[in-house]
Design a protein around this ligand. Sequence first.
Ligand code: C2O
Ligand code: CU
Length: 489
Amino acid sequence: MARNGGWTGRTMIGRRRVLGAALGVGGVAALGVGGAGWGSGATVVVGQTAPPPAPPPAPINPPVSPSLFLPEPPTRFARDGVLETKLEARPEPALGQGRLSYEGSEGGLPGPTLRLRPGDTLRVSLINNLGGDVTNLHVHGMHVSPKGNSDNIFLHVASGQTLDYSYAIPADHPPGLYWYHPHSHGDSSQQVSGGLAGAIIVEGALDDLPEIANLTDRLLVLQGPFLGPNHELQFLVNGQINPEIPIRPGETQRWRILNASANAFFNLQLVRHPFHEIGTDGNPRPEVETKDILLLAPAERSEVLIQGDAPGIYELRSLAWAEDIPSQSQPQFVVATMVSGGEPVQAMALPTTLIDREDLSTATVDVERTIVFQENSAAPVFAIDGKAFAMDRVDQTVNLGALEEWTLRNTSPEWHPFHIHVNDFQVMSRNGRPEPRTYEDTSRIPPNGELVIRTRFTDFDGKFVYHCHILGHEDAGMMGVVEVVDPNA
Ligand code: C2O
Ligand code: CU
């Protein structure tokens, strides 16, 4: 019983043994392929009785005509300042081999969208009905406390158990697109690849800008690859293969795009339509940036405006990516199909300035650190500063309120999307080149390269983590613990 298209090459039961075996043979390649390689995970399958599936045929995505209109995941809204919901994590074999969902009887992938506002309280009862594995919940990108029953990934929910999480969302929380997913070390890749993920939308000032307020607001949760009935790889948008997205000629739409894949990149291009980016990782940009290609590493989000061109059919594709890195290379595939038609509308002027935020490039840095992401030939294969993740070890101690500059160095030949919980960061430079001013919570460290970020550890003390968001790498140890301490406490 292979799971998830052989992408992770791990079975529910055999997973830990797979890791152990891969580490035992000491091969970076073996584990790299098992953890994140494009469609080649089936080569590292140990501890299962059925033979592994045949490697997926190439090309993986023959042109498919769009199946149906883009569905919206079910949405749960806050009422009187509280959003209270259940999320039941359970297998959904009816959706396909190895699929997991939060939806239970409502069915389908991804999980429900949670929509709320700054100042609200989010309460989630997480029910673990996965039938064996532990799980837990992380609210990715949210600026909330990492302690107690809030965004505390050190908590775990055993099979058959329920845990009540409660998150107090600060009144000044940035508006934008966030998401939730399991974060149980060793299980994350398999559970997220199975489909356990959903969007969180924080409404706020960005939504109130006159050029944005009345636009058609679409959510695109990108997931995959999954294994289809003929061992083909499938990519889903809101649970559908290649859905159709209608637009009118001249119409402006707002798309909120989430890469909820455990291990795959989406290197997006929309034929003849540039992306006018208004937000990154749940943070409004100070100014619109227009891009022809929108690269989203696992966990990255982007909010864009799209203006419908002349009537016609326009593919949203993921272009070939990392062709020179065997373990990470991905061929081109179709994500969705936009169809422009119907009554044309007068194209409106796009906004230029959006919402400003403190520019950390001119601020005074309190502490500088260099943190190295490594793939070693002997255990720990996936490491940060020579160490694999240990739950009880604190790797960085930070003072509450400090502004820090972190140089994130990658000594391996693969991409590692860096993510840290609780506080966003401003990207200063990538490989020495200054970056446009954006706040992010996940950003790519190039192979044998460097990412420099600045971040202020505001509001919340406590322990949380930073890690590579290729979850196969994270599960294999590429994660560290930061503890924020209040010097005045
Ligand atoms: Cu989206 Cu630590 O995770
Ligand atoms: Cu990585």
